[in-house]
Structures are given as C-alpha cells and as structure tokens.
Write a protein that binds this ligand. Sequence first.
Ligand code: TEU
Ligand code: CA
Length: 563
Amino acid sequence: MDPWWKSAVVYQIYPRSFADSNGDGIGDLRGIIKHLDYLAGLGVDVIWLSPIYPSPQDDNGYDISDYQNIDPLFGDLDDFDELLAGIHRRGMKLIMDLVVNHSSDEHSWFLGSRSDRAHPKRDWYWWRPAREGMAPGTPGAEPTNWTAAFGGSAWEFDEETGEYYLHLFSRKQPDLNWENAEVRHAIYAMMRWWLDRGVDGFRMDVINLISKDTTLPEGRVSSTTVFPDNSAGYVNGPRVHEFLQEMHERVFAGRDALLTVGEMPGVTIEEAIRFTDPRRREVDMVFQFDHVWTDRGDDPWQLLPFRLTNLKAILGRWQAGLAEGGWNSLYWNNHDQPRAVSRYGDDSPDYRVASAKMLGTVLHLHRGTPYVYQGEELGMTNYPFTTIADFRDIESLGQYAEAIEKEGRTPEEVLTVLRARSRDNARTPMQWNSSAQAGFTTGEPWLPANPNHVRINAAAQQDDPDSVYHYYRRLIELRHTEPAVVHGDFTMLLPHDERIYAFSRRLGTTELLIIGNFTDRTVRADIGDAAAWSSAELLLTNLPTLPADLTMAPWQAAIYRRT
Ligand code: TEU
Ligand code: CA
C-alpha cells in the first residue's frame, strides 16, 4: 500500500503572519481557527505550522525556550487542542515544526549548561576552549573558523565559564549536542508527547546539521551561509543517519499515518535517497535547496540571472534521482524564500495571475508531494522594501551589517539583493481582503501589509472563478482524482529550451503532458509528437484561449491527457 502522503498537498502556515485575532499585530492560533474553512475549501490535506512554542522570538520562534508549550503570543494549549480538533474534524492533518538542531539560549537546558563547567547539562551543547595559544575572547581565538548563518563567527565566548559555545544560526540559538544520548532521549520524549496529543508528524528544521564531526575541522568560510558545502563536517555529518533511525525507532515506530519531512540545506541526491528510502526508516521526504539557490553565485551579493535550463536541469535531476526509491517534496516557497511569482514569474499587473498559475501547474505536476506556502495560492508578491529600516528578519539585518561594516559594500548594492531575496518578502501579512491591514489585524501589524492587498486578496479571489486561488484549488483536486499525477513516472522534455518547461508523466496507459511558458512571448512547444498531443484531452489551462498546435501564449500553462 502506498502511503497517503503521496497524494497529499501540504499547506504551510507562518502563524505570526497568517491572521491576528486580538489586535496585537501578531498572528495567532485563534486567527488560524477562524480560517480553517478557507483551507478546507482549498482542498489541502495537511497543515504545517511554523513554530508556536515559547520563544524569545529572536528568529521568529526558531529559537525555542520550551518545547512543550505554546508561546502566549500565539495562545495556549487549549487553543492548540481546539485548532487540532478543528483540523481533524475537516479531514485534514497537522504537522509541527521540530527545531532540535538548536534551542534558545533561554531554554532551561542551556541556562543550566551555561551556568557551570561542572553542570550536568554542560555537555548538552557544544562548549570548547579558545584556540590553542590564544587568549580566550580575543579576536581570532574562536575554536574553529565556522561562520554563523546570520553573520559573524559560529562561536560565542561566554565570560562566566571562559569557553565558547557553538551556534550555527544566531547567538541565541546554541546547537544541541546530539552526541549526548540524554539529549536525544529528551527530544524523543518531547516528540512522543506531541504525537500523543494528536499531531500527525513533523517538519524537521535543518535536521541534516544535527551530527557534527567531533574533531571540528576548519571549513570553507562564507559570509552568508553556514553550509556552502560539507567542508566543516556538519552538513550530513557522520552520525546523521544513525540518529534519524534511532528517532524513528523511539518515536514513530508503531504509529500510523504520520508524515515526516526533513529540511536539509546542502543535501545531495545520493544522501536524499538514503534519508527517504522507506526500508531505512529515517524520514518520508526531504526539502532540498538546489532549485532555490540558483540565483546565488560565489559572490553572495550578486544576483545571478534566472535561467530556465538551469532550473530544469536541477529539478529533472531530483526527479530522476528519486524515481526508484525515496520521494520528493515540491516547493517554490516557504517562510525563508522570496515570493515565487516575483522570483520565477512576472509580478507585473499584466502577467502576475497567468505566471502564478503557470508556476503552480509546473510544480504540482512533478512527482512528489507539493507544499503551498500561505499566500502563494493568491499569487502574493515580494514587498516593495525601500531602506534597511523596513526589514525585521534577523538574517537580512545580520547579513546587511556584516556586508556594510566588514566587507565595505555599499548599502544600495546590498539592498538590491535583499529586496529580491530577503525572507521578509514571504513574511508580510496574509492578504485576506482589501481593507486596511489586509484584514490581517485590527491593530498595527508587526510587518506592514503589502500595499497591493487592495487588488490581491483572498476575498476577491474566492469570488472570482478565474483567480489564482481557484486555479490552485483545481490543481489540488487534480492530484486527488488523477492517479498519474501521483504515481506516474516523469520524463523531462526539451531540456535545452530556454523558454518552455515541458515534461510528461506516464502511468500504465495514461500519459500526461505538462507545458509551461516561462516568457511573456508566444512560444510553440517544439515536442516530438505535437500533432497528436494537440488533439488530446486538455485537462487544465490558465488562460481563456486554448493553445493551438501547442503554441503557448505568454505565461500559458497546459496539462494534456491521453490514454
Ligand atoms: O532554515 C535553514 C536554512 O537553511 C535557510 O533557509 C535559512 O533561512 C538561511 O537562509 C540560512 O542562510 C531553517 C528555518 O526554516 C529558518 O527560518 C531558520 O531561521 C533556521 O532554520 C534556523 O532555525
Ligand atoms: Ca495576536
């Protein structure tokens, strides 16, 4: 029997930006409860919640100070139980964000660890002395040259006990020491507690970073990411498979109908096959990053131009790589990425709707489980940021400071890249309607709503059968009704075409052809048996005009079916 999640679509909610129920400007659980019918109407099967646990909110909740409670910002455990029941009542499932590569520095585990070299929890984190022969706390005395994702060294000196602790992200996110069995078992117990409460699985934050090479080798330094490659020994580290197998055995074994997805920056296809091979019992699927890192070159402050052939080569490789065993997750967007329609499509008034639908078509018809990030189903766009004061994201602010102060870059040069790439593009309030603050809050939102909410919003799109929202609804429905979408094999067509994305899916005698025009020109899809295909059944297209002879209007997408 094939697992249920192969035919599922997951919807990601970033709670802080989804819906605010009490006017404090921050989204919360009661806000989500209010919109459950909206999600059920879209037809999604699973909801993934970004972290809602108690947190100092240094990285918007990815710094957790208590794994078994709800941050008062978002509500309490009663609200949570009500939300979960509401999700289950509508036939959907809920997966939680599991952030256990690191905790908050305000977690009681770390407070203990930091208090004394002899504290029983000292070894729960990565404490190391200064580099040999160097005075602790002086420049260059950090134990290794590792850099943190949000700027600066990955080592923070602690005056109190005279040692450094490791943080691959912010200094308020100390890395947990998975070498220590007590740490692992505390985490597994916490996971079981959530499953017993009724949750249906986990999205595991940077889970391929949990195992570090204990010799802590020097790595290749990069100013904007911690994981340019595996040189430092913590990307897909030596014991990561062992840890995930142990987690499976201690937490998931014997429980049915769960979904686990590991977020894995820097994961290779070879590793992903191991992580997702069902016989190995690690995770169901992984998030890889190759296709969202295509605009990054060696110089982090340069934007590489978008090349369709590059995107196709990457996604095609992942399709082929996981064809036999394992399973892909499919996404354009999440809370860390700019908006897909602004990045890969055309967010101008002329083509926003068409290109958002085209992107949805191409993504959802790949083999794998699609993820929709809140607002993607409306074709929400990047935000018109002007100055650095407009940003709230710790990564954008940290990298900006580093680039200006340490590298002597100009603000304009850095801002150009942040406008295109900052995580805040995805974090502006969900656009519910055209009223002030987009119907997100009655107060001051923590990040301003995009001014285009007067045109782009859920209320308007629910009333318009030709909207991006209704198109996504149909795409999701198609996955539920056409087995070839779920199980068909995948063949990339026209890999060298810079304008057309085309591929076929085949299951038994059923064959689907999917075509997306990635340009604002009229382009003919030059595939082999075009004549036969153009008379096949047209399952879905995003424009009122039907493509004749596989000639696609600007940003047109089409799905054909023949048997
Ligand atoms: O993200 C990890 C990650 O790989 C990146 O997407 C990250 O946002 C950054 O670009 C690294 O340079 C996860 C979460 O999704 C992210 O929101 C957190 O900030 C991060 O882990 C730390 O928990
Ligand atoms: Ca609120």
